[in-house]
Design a protein around this ligand. Sequence first.
Ligand code: SF4
Length: 334
Amino acid sequence: MALRPKNKLGGTSGATCRGPGSAGLWLRQASKLRAKSGQTSDSTVQELSRKEKTHFNKLQKRLRRNVGNAIADYNMIEEGDRVMVCLSGGKDSYGMLDILLSLRQNAPVDFELIAVNLDQKQPGFPEEVLPTYLEALGIPYYVLEKDTYSIVREVIPEGKTTCGLCSRLRRGSLYGFAQDIGATKIALGHHRDDIVETLFLNMFFNGKLKAMPPKLLSDDRKNVVIRPLAYCKEKDLARYARYREFPIIPCNLCGSQENLQRVQIKNMLAGWEREYPGRTESIFRSIRNVAPSQLADGKLFDFNALRAEPADPAAGAIAQDDELYLPAIRVVNL
Ligand code: SF4
């Protein structure tokens, strides 16, 4: 794998520790502080009309709050962490880096952010776009070069979607590189909608109730993966990318279409959302609020051990059925 290292590692360290308090709490506060100030250093945002600026500030505040809360809820970033931020050139990863950089300014914990892009050698990949963007930001970054495109083309028959294998190869390369640079966390740009879509894909096609966790230990237990955008809506990230004018690199340069099944799920969720606004959020909330005794997985809940308690004849009442919300019925002998 070829490597194009840029900027010295640690060249820009994070904010210094600002006294007591949990990282989570401070990240929440940082989110509030930054949002209140409404500050932005980006010239394109400065040029917005007053009304647009208000929209932008609200959006930025919401995204910062969402990211700060996700980091806090799952203890994603701790003192001394070296976070490898995976940048694909898509709207989500740009947004993730942008928001992490701004949260770091007021965070109570000192952590590093290192941007890493994997150049997979898709034909037409604009090599200079990300380095130019990252140079301007002045943060440490690496561009890895690995021709996974040729491997994918060789292995997957013509006309079949290549994204599954492509993503696996990309993940493998990035996980290995994280260890090379001593990264303690790998940040991926999956958002709330990706998580909900994955939940349905697994239900519909794998017969499994599983999604994408906000924090994950890799199978070889060598990497901790975090998803700081887990609470962010895709729509918000798309709007944010437009306001910030990120230099987006399309993923389908290779000519592959997005996995058809994922597209169908996306459309299904969009249809539900139009008819019942808030449904996607409700589904997402459900995966944070699981009741194993109300499902059917014997590995999560010991159904075999269930025994009713002996009835108390003195009570003379039928217990309330919490599940059906029926009132207790008292039996009276006339
Ligand atoms: S569109 Fe091409 S580059 Fe993007 S994930 Fe799919 S195969 Fe890989």
